[in-house]
Design a protein around this ligand. Structure first.
Ligand SMILES: Cc1cc2nc3c(=O)[nH]c(=O)nc-3n(C[C@H](O)[C@H](O)[C@H](O)COP(=O)(O)O)c2cc1C
Length: 203
């Protein structure tokens, strides 16, 4: 019988074998990178947090697609104070700043699909996300944007990411309300799973 690898993995899963089952990465050799920026400290609608809303979503995606996480972390940390962070963020946006980030992605070229995650800041992705997007060659790669937000949704960031990475193939992204990501693990996992399923990345 001709069993495709994907079906084999499903069968193996049904049989209870200890395999990473059902993920397209196993079936198609896709490699997933989940690059995200996220902030801790005082945050809109969630009080003071020690893990950022976007970081939580990024980790769930990484688990569900069996991907590699990369945190886009500024050389200078953003302040924990919400008001101070707003001041800096609005200045960076007005000046189209490109704040530097720490470290880099090892063997970036190996990844076929890259999730880009960020909070919405003033109706856009934080400027440091554009620093990241402009630091690598995304030619021929798929990009899936995701954000957390306080009500704005993706806010046109998909179009701006297309402009920053014109040679990438942009897939339709998704948005999670920050308060949900922070406080409701089950709902957040289900939102992520629904979207990964819509994108054909998990069964
Ligand atoms: C500087 C700043 C600006 C923000 N601007 C917006 C906005 O324009 N629209 C929105 O829905 N939420 C806005 N928020 C809320 C964040 O997008 C939201 O709380 C997000 O989940 C934070 O993610 P993080 O914990 O990963 O940093 C803003 C938050 C900050 C700190």
């Amino acid at each position: 019988m001709d069993i495709t690898r994907r079906n084999f993995l499903k069968l193996a899963g049904t049989a209870g074998l200890a395999l990473s089952i059902g993920h397209v990465d196993a079936a198609t050799n896709e490699k997933f990178l989940i690059a995200y920026f996220s902030r801790t400290g005082e945050e809109y609608n969630v009080g003071t947090i020690t893990k950022g809303n976007t970081a939580i979503v990024a980790e769930i995606i990484a688990q569900q697609v069996n991907g590699t996480l990369f945190e886009i972390r500024g050389e200078k940390n953003y302040p924990a104070s919400y008001e101070e962070c707003k001041t800096i963020a609005s200045r960076e946006k007005a000046t189209k700043a490109r704040p530097p980030f720490v470290g880099g992605v090892e063997n970036f070229e190996q990844y076929t699909t890259i999730f880009i995650g960020y909070p919405i800041w003033y109706g856009d992705a934080p400027q440091i996300v554009y620093t990241f997007l402009e630091s690598y060659d995304f030619g021929g790669k798929k990009i899936i944007p995701f954000c957390t937000h306080g009500g704005s949704g993706l806010s046109g960031t998909e179009q701006r990411i297309t402009l920053a990475c014109p040679n990438a193939k942009l897939l339709k992204g998704f948005a999670v309300v920050g308060r949900v990501a922070q406080n409701d693990r089950v709902q957040t996992e289900s939102i992520v799973a629904e979207n990964l399923n819509r994108l054909g990345l998990i069964d």
